[in-house]
Design a protein around this ligand. Structure first.
Ligand SMILES: [Zn+2]
Length: 416
């Protein structure tokens, strides 16, 4: 028999089942009218309804997605097949291992019970002469790639013994700090905590807290620290280096020099009161530290890779770790903004509604507060909601991922 297509006929079919049940229950009660019979009847209807729900919904959605309900007969044959299969399988644990081994990524590189994600993979180069210990990390967010590629280049560069002998001090490189986020290809790991808001973390916390704890230990053991980022999947950032306006004048000055030496167009000193960052840990340890941003949009910009490699080498030369001539400065803007909250990128210019974002400005444009930053359209493109800039200044960060949810950041204006 063909399946019923008409909606009203389907409703009518459901109504007939209800009538059939009501008639049967009514006839039973008419024969033995008592509260006991009525109560037992209600209980039996409820219990059978729950069992049926279990058969057509719960098994498929919570137990085994391969099971497709097509009547009680299908349930019985499924249970019989399953009984035979279970008796052949040694244990549930082993079947989980088998499943994960079939996943697309190289399993040896993924975090495992032997090597948890918070024990990230790092490379240490001990120089042949005394000098400072510089720590450089990338992949704090799992969808930012220039830093990782740049660090691969640095690892290849310092691999030869000759290079290591000429190095003064030591260099520690962690291309991917947040492996769980990296394998997800997302800003955050499985627990959805932003590593750059979770420092200094907890030794016995959830995954990201443990990564934050291990990263914080590493930062405290370093003399200088560089944290390389990009705009991730959703944003693009004007190439820049940043640091916090440290209360200690010596640290502040060293950070300024590191940021300038890194040699990206914008240098941004922001409020020191931001918490949870790698830079907050460095601040508390009085370790001079900078971070860098280079474009993003989920790409791995080759210009960014080259600029990051060169930037790291420039800072090493500035710190006396390498013999290297510093290039001509490419720094165009230096902004120091001590106001609390300055430097917090995720809360700026929130989208007024959810929808499809089309920017009206370009990265690097100078704009005024109230200018049209872009529009957010509904899914038919008919309803266009304007998004106006909250500040005047340079468009430092701009959303490049069109799908936007209400409250998501559309852009960051570097106030001048
Ligand atoms: Zn980042």
């Amino acid at each position: 028999m063909a399946d019923i297509q008409s909606k009203s006929l389907l409703y009518f079919k459901g109504f007939l089942f209800l009538m059939l049940g009501a008639a049967a229950a009514g006839l039973l009660l008419a024969e033995r009218p008592s509260f006991k019979v009525a109560g037992l009847l209600a209980l039996s209807i409820w219990a059978f309804a729950r069992t049926y729900y279990f058969a057509f919904y719960v098994i498929e959605h919570y137990i085994d997605s391969e099971f497709k309900f097509s009547g009680l007969g299908s349930l019985v044959s499924y249970l019989l097949r399953r009984g035979r299969r279970v008796s052949r399988e040694p244990s549930a644990d082993q079947s989980i291992t088998k499943k994960s081994a079939a996943m697309p990524h190289p399993p040896a590189a993924e975090p495992s019970a032997d090597r948890p994600a918070h024990a990230f993979q790092k490379k240490e180069f001990q120089g042949g002469q005394p000098g400072p210990n510089l720590l450089i990390v990338g992949g704090v967010h799992g969808d930012e790639f220039e830093a990782i590629a740049a660090m691969h280049r640095l690892i290849r560069r310092f691999q030869p013994l000759q290079q290591q002998r000429e190095l003064k001090g030591s260099l520690t490189l962690v291309p991917v700090v947040n492996e769980s986020a990296y394998w997800r290809g997302d800003r955050t790991g499985e627990d959805q905590l932003d590593l750059a808001r979770t420092c200094p973390g907890r030794e016995e916390g959830v995954e990201t807290e443990r990564v934050a704890f291990a990263l914080s230990e590493l930062i405290r053991s370093a003399d200088f620290f560089i944290d390389l980022h990009s705009g991730g999947t959703t944003m693009a950032v004007v190439p820049m280096t940043g640091y916090v306006l440290h209360a200690n004048a010596d640290v502040r000055e060293q950070q300024r020099r590191m940021a300038s030496a890194f040699n990206l167009p914008i240098v941004w000193g922001a409020s020191a009161n931001l918490e949870g960052r790698s830079l907050s840990v460095a601040r508390d340890a009085n370790t001079p530290a900078i971070y860098a941003e280079f474009m993003g949009s989920g790409l791995c910009d080759s210009a960014g890779v080259a600029a990051y490699e060169e930037g790291c080498l420039n800072v090493m030369a500035m710190l006396g770790m390498l013999e290297r001539e510093l290039p001509v400065s490419r720094v165009q803007h230096v902004v120091e903004d001590p106001r609390p909250g300055a430097g917090h990128m995720q809360v700026c210019n929130p989208s007024p509604v959810s929808g499809f974002f089309t920017p009206n400005v370009n990265l690097g444009d100078e704009i005024q507060a109230g200018d049209l930053l872009g529009v957010v359209a509904d899914l038919l493109g008919e309803q266009q909601t304007p998004a106006l800039a909250d500040q005047s200044g340079l468009v430092l960060v701009l959303r490049t991922f069109s799908r936007v949810l209400q409250g998501d950041c559309l852009g960051v204006i570097l106030e001048s």
